[in-house]
Design a protein around this ligand. Structure first.
Ligand SMILES: CC(C)(COP(=O)(O)OP(=O)(O)OC[C@H]1O[C@@H](n2cnc3c(N)ncnc32)[C@H](O)[C@@H]1OP(=O)(O)O)[C@@H](O)C(=O)NCCC(=O)NCCS
Length: 301
């Protein structure tokens, strides 16, 4: 099969890349291809590098996308989405990423972090042969939760309650819980509400699947964001955070489980999260595979 490469044309390609990612999924696949919500979450993230979108590489066969090489938030990282019949394109996609998606360190050195599934030994051999070394701290596990039916009851301490953003989309409270929950000191910076609005701008963002825990004070103190993929009937968890003053009370678990429960009501049978933190394993997620991070620094010639 021959495939032609072109660069991403910007927002107009967002739906086509989404459709491609929907088509790549099958239950329990460990090839490292992204779930569509991962693409949408990255694309609408406040830190997403919009200027570099034209560097995203798209491979097509007779007008059908068969491969995409892209970064998650910024240059310096490369993820490889390939149709199972086109894995032979990966070396070419890696070479493209080295040319067009490399980042630059503070010292001015070009580098690339290439993410490869631990089940993709063929591609692992390629990156090794091109001088990449594994960077253990930057790996990306993927874990899966089989949604029980019936769904067990979700417990919360007295005085706390679960809400969704469909009930109360208070951006100031959302901003506060996500800022504090991701361990940032002080108050959220000016202008961060715009970023929160951007995260809600994706075509598949659902307020009814974005769950918060409201404390007796009225503050939102835990957040569990869920995405629903109606094509493959799965949920995807992102982002999740609990205010440091309210941790280890079961609030983060309750928010995530409520979002997953709602995905189950919509027809999802499994949910995924891009981590193997004990927090998720303890609520029933099991690791499926890991995207290992392989890094190479390029000489300045
Ligand atoms: C991870 C996080 C969301 C957990 O929220 P939480 O509301 O404190 O979690 P819960 O109280 O529901 O924890 C339930 C269980 O998960 C496990 N767990 C939670 N935090 C843990 C930690 N830091 N270390 C080990 N296990 C942990 C424990 O088994 C805990 O049960 P226990 O308290 O009875 O031991 C919170 O620590 C956080 O916001 N961290 C920073 C942001 C982040 O890392 N988000 C996740 C990114 S995907």
């Amino acid at each position: 099969m021959t495939a032609n490469m072109r660069t991403c044309a910007g927002p107009v390609d967002f739906p086509a890349i989404s459709d491609f990612m929907y088509s790549l999924y099958w239950p329990n696949n460990q090839d490292g291809n992204w779930l569509q919500p991962m693409w949408e979450y990255a694309y609408t993230h406040p830190w997403f590098d919009e200027e570099s979108v034209p560097r995203i590489g798209i491979w097509e066969d007779a007008g059908t996308i068969v491969g995409v090489t892209l970064y998650e938030l910024h240059l310096g990282e490369a993820f490889f989405q390939t149709h199972p019949t086109c894995v032979h394109l990966k070396p070419e996609m890696l070479a493209y990423a080295e040319q067009h998606l490399a980042g630059t360190t503070d010292e001015g050195k070009r580098y690339l972090k290439a993410y490869v599934s631990d089940f993709d030994t063929a591609f692992e051999r390629v990156v090794r042969s091109r001088g990449y070394e594994k960077e253990p701290g930057s790996h990306r596990p993927m874990s899966q939760f089989v949604i029980p039916d019936p769904f067990p009851s979700i417990r919360l301490p007295d005085g706390f309650r679960l809400k969704s953003l469909a009930d109360d989309n208070d951006l100031v409270k959302i901003d506060r819980v996500l800022w504090r929950g991701f361990n940032h000191p002080g108050a959220p910076p000016d202008g961060s509400l715009e970023g929160r609005k951007k995260t809600q701008s994706g075509p598949h963002f659902r307020k009814d699947l974005s769950i918060v825990v409201e404390a007796p004070s009225g503050d939102f103190v835990a957040y569990g964001g869920l995405w629903f993929d109606p094509v493959n009937r799965l949920g995807y968890v992102e982002p999740v955070a609990t205010d440091p003053d309210y941790r280890r009370m079961g609030l983060g678990t309750a928010a995530v489980l409520e979002g997953i429960r709602r995905c189950g009501e919509l027809g999802a049978t499994v949910a995924y999260v891009g981590t193997d933190m004990p927090f998720y394993l303890d609520m029933g997620f099991k690791k499926l595979f890991t995207l290992n991070c392989w890094v190479r620094c390029f000489s300045s010639d």
